[in-house]
Design a protein around this ligand. Structure first.
Ligand SMILES: [Fe+2]
Ligand SMILES: [Fe+2]
Ligand SMILES: [Fe+2]
Length: 404
């Protein structure tokens, strides 16, 4: 048990399971719609997804009734711990009182509706698949569960030295393919084409980037760089991305000044400023992508998962291709590419971007203690120092923010 106590750990575990169930319900609902299940079937699969981590004993009415009965028996048999003195009680004649109705044993209410229970029991293999409709419902649930679990376990098997223990995650890779084949709205080529349509990196900004990469760059050069890139985020739907980028730039700069690995603070600032540039392309894709993206993210699915599902690449990968074309330094291109997968890049700068996303609570990806730990190690900063930095206010740059 750590200093937080086991209660808090259990709460966290519970809320992680609840968040997973909600995401599976959101994925299930979208997949059910995509393959043409009826509205009632879609609702059924959503409800089953919400309950799919309930212990089986709570779903099975008979077992549930037995459990309650045993609990009542135990409670009735409890004795006080302090021995009571034996005091002779005088016999007092009791008045005749009409006897109350004998209470009937309480019939436990089912924990989950019957149709949801049938789906869950079929999913768990306790019932055969009754008909093709049930087969589809259970398959939708299975694919959605496997898809979300794939991303939850990704930090484990992403490692170059992944062991055979991750074999189950490889099985889930098949479910990932199934999900993507049904929900994909956009090809990688479409996303790259969209990036091509972004305003060309202005010549003035190229000059400032060169200045910033100079080890003698100071606050004035950083201000100029920010101002020069702002135009790429001019559309109203990109304003919040720009404001977030300013926060990440400042966090990355601060981390560079406190971590033990040598990272140039100006380079960290620049990398933070353009780390999410790939999100600009996703924001301008056709409605088929944007509508599905918002339905899924509004339902709790993290943007990185959703982008990967709908377009085959996340914004880090897409953004790095653009930066490579704009001739950004190779370290920045790599750090942006893997800023949500720090385990895939040995650079401290990649780790700093991951930690800066964490410090600004960006919620673009599933939280991962493994990745957080990896990034802290790669950057050379302790978790305690990171927590302290997280609570420090940063200042300046307010004049560059958009009002949203
Ligand atoms: Fe699950
Ligand atoms: Fe971000
Ligand atoms: Fe990001």
């Amino acid at each position: 048990m750590n200093r937080w106590g086991s209660g808090l750990q259990e709460d966290r575990a519970d809320s992680a399971v609840r968040a997973h169930c909600l995401r599976v319900a959101t994925w299930s609902s979208e997949l059910a719609g995509a393959i043409g299940l009826s509205e009632s079937e879609r609702r059924l699969v959503e409800q089953a997804a919400i309950s799919h981590h309930l212990p089986e004993i709570l779903v099975d009415d008979e077992a549930h009734a037995r459990l309650l009965a045993e609990m009542r028996l135990e409670a009735a048999g409890e004795q006080p711990l302090v021995p009571q003195p034996l005091v002779p009680q005088p016999m007092v004649p009791q008045p005749m009182v009409p006897q109350p109705m004998v209470p009937q044993p309480m019939v436990p209410q089912p924990m989950v509706p019957n149709d949801v229970r049938v789906v869950l029991e079929t999913l768990w293999g306790r019932r055969p698949i009754s008909d093709p409709a049930m087969g589809k419902i259970v398959t939708v649930l299975e694919i959605s569960d496997g898809f979300d679990q794939y991303f939850e376990f990704q930090p484990l098997f992403d490692d170059a030295g992944a062991s055979d223990e991750c074999a189950s995650s490889r099985v889930e890779a098949g479910l990932v393919e199934a999900m993507m084949s049904h929900l994909r709205t956009t090809s990688h080529a479409d996303v790259i084409q969209m990036m091509e349509r972004l305003p060309a990196f202005p010549g003035a900004a190229r000059k400032v980037v060169r200045q910033v990469m100079n080890p003698d760059a100071g606050p004035r050069e950083l201000q100029e760089l920010a101002a020069a890139l702002r135009g790429n985020f001019a559309s109203p739907q990109s304003h919040h991305i720009w404001n977030h980028s300013l926060d990440v730039a400042q966090a990355a700069q601060m981390l560079a000044q406190h971590c033990s690995m040598r990272v140039d603070a100006s380079q960290a600032f620049l990398a933070g400023l353009i780390h999410d540039i790939g999100r600009l392309a996703f924001a301008t894709l056709p409605a088929a992508f944007v509508e599905r993206f918002h339905r899924l993210t509004d339902g709790g699915c993290p943007p990185v998962e959703v982008e990967t599902c709908l377009a085959g690449r996340c914004h880090g990968e897409v953004g790095s291709e653009t930066l490579a074309r704009w001739e950004f330094p190779a370290d920045i291109v790599e750090a942006v590419r893997w800023h949500h997968h720090p385990e895939r890049s040995p650079l401290a700068l990649t780790a700093l971007l991951y930690l800066a996303e964490f410090m600004t609570d960006s919620q673009e990806d599933l939280p991962s203690y493994i990745r957080l730990n990896t990034a802290c190690r790669q950057a050379g900063i302790s978790m305690a120092a990171l927590t302290e930095l997280r609570h420090q206010d940063s200042d300046g740059l307010d004049s560059l923010r958009f009002v949203v």
